[in-house]
Design a protein around this ligand. Sequence first.
Ligand code: ATP
Length: 677
Amino acid sequence: QAALKSHAKHPYPDWKAGEPVPYAALCTTFSLIELTTKRLEIMAHCSLFLQQVLRLTPEDLLPTVLLMVNKLAPDYAGIELGIGESLIMKAIGETTGRSLAVIKQDQKEIGDLGLVACKSRSTQPTMFKPKPLTVRGVHKGLMGIATVTGNGAQGRKVDGIKKLLAAADANNTGKIDINKDKGGPSEAKYLVRFLEGKLRLGLAEKTVIVSLAQAMVAHEAAQKGTVPSTADMEQGEALLKTVYSELPSYDVIIPAMVEHGIQNLKEHCKLRPGVPLKPMLAKPTKAITEVLDRFEGQTFTCEYKYDGERAQIHYVAKDTNEELSQSAVGASKEVGKGVAAIFSRNSEDLSKKYPDILEKLPTWVNEDTKSFVLDCESVAWDVKEKKVLPFQQLMTRKKKDVKAEDIKVKVCVFAFDLLYLNGEPVVQRSLRERRELLHKAFKPVEGEFAFATAMNGQELDEIQAFLEESVKASCEGLMVKMLDGEESGYEPSKRSRNWLKIKKDYLSGVGDSLDLVVLGAYHGKGKRTSVYGAFLLACYNPGTDTYETVCNIGTGFSEAVLEELYAQLSEIVIDRPKPFYAHSSGGQHQPDVWFEPRYVWEVKTADLTLSPRYKAGMREGVDPSGEKGISLRFPRFIRVRDDKKPDEATTSRQVAEMYRKQESVANSKGPAVDDDF
Ligand code: ATP
């Protein structure tokens, strides 16, 4: 903050005001960030650069921030690069005139494709000087690569990458030493890392948001010739964080912030139908008494925890002056007298999966309900028996291009929260109020739409009975939520202690299942020789942006599932572990094959233990010697979690929290640690 207040300057020389931001300037920032691990320093580098962009070329702020967070567009736009390591290697080879074999050899030795690109570039004499890359040009080029479809798409993607790589480091005439300063500000290195989906700078998205707020506050103050106070900075940070959590779209927020100023942002950037929010999530608990301890002295409510798929339904009627946000148009459909869209917990478009929900939606809405954002669970429904079916049934539904008339597995929507109603966000109201609004705005239709079954009793016996009832009704257990007061507001994107989950299965286990990323596999033996027999799994550490190994797993798979997994995983085999895999290097502990980090599996475990073989939670201080990580004992495969991306896997901190909880229960040390992650 001191650096910001004294109007410190970013080390990259100014470019002419109004000219496109040079990509080299962004890469200088990346390099400075990469060379430190101190959060405050990272933040200062980031925000000084954003200030420079604001001062000279504010219209490039959006692509700059997007490239910093390794995104091309908001998640719900569904834009993905769809490029594997082999395509990138091909492009590097073809740009630099080196053979694929040499690139592969380099990749084996160096282990970081970004550095391989940087090394390849530095040994190649340039025939002519290409035009230097700009931030907006790189964003456009990458967008072009991501949106290529149709015949020969792969070839055209490679061409797109080659074009960018050929222009990379145009101003960098000297040799780049990859052993010095981690390759320095090489553009080729960061381009390749962006393509791989990981910049690996230790720059979390939250840090970028805070830095952006600081930059804006400092920039506005500088324009007025003043210096911002710490309070101004903190207020700006809190404001931007809240706005982003309710409207997670840089495409909307950044232009509005530049135009209207950060102080007026809330007015212009409110939660709105068409921009999906990251949902509020719950903390796991192992016992009803733990729930009672947490909510002591406050009123709470229990709801059935339905086992289906989270769905966020957005709707706007045509006869209002509201519109569904432009950016969701691709995902929306006309229904009755309005337009609607459905999003997953990942903000992905579910409209094509649930045409049946969209079709019936208008019949659940009361006359006065003109626009809403509804939080609910879509659950497989047994039409004959009139009851909930297990999650496995829902999984058999097709995911895309579903035609309403072909649907075999019917769903019933169980609504449990309302985030927006008739032109107004309601997230800050208490849950009791939101529930009242929800019940007024909608009407249940048997087997199609219902309100989550709820009970407001506060006694242990009542909760116990309600839990048993929920399990009889084929639910997973209960969600227990704060009912009144400020703390009962809806907290988008937070795993909050104001929502607790009690799952019947885990009451005597570790409290919850884990969602882990598949990093590698072992060839099967005996009956399993044609498939993988066991797998290496990892949790995610958002602080270091690494995957930390947590167990090997070979239980819970049917033969059919193993075959399916083999087919899926053979497509993403890579030659060696990614540099952001934290794994044991001992020879006998290495899996036979490594994979790109793509699939997330839900796994149950008997308990957690410390082991020198795994790396999970090593930085969380659970092992005083600092040599052991946490590992799962007797892990068991439950299902593939299609609705989670690898960086949404269970975090190292959550694993450490589960371990500590287990230890504290074993040692009767009282209530467990329960902080946010
Ligand atoms: P899980 O494996 O438990 O679904 P998760 O990480 O997906 O884990 P949690 O926060 O642990 O999410 O549990 C909340 C999930 O439970 C929600 O995402 C939602 O899909 C589902 N759910 C079912 N019933 C309810 C309810 N009444 N209130 C809130 N969420 C519910």
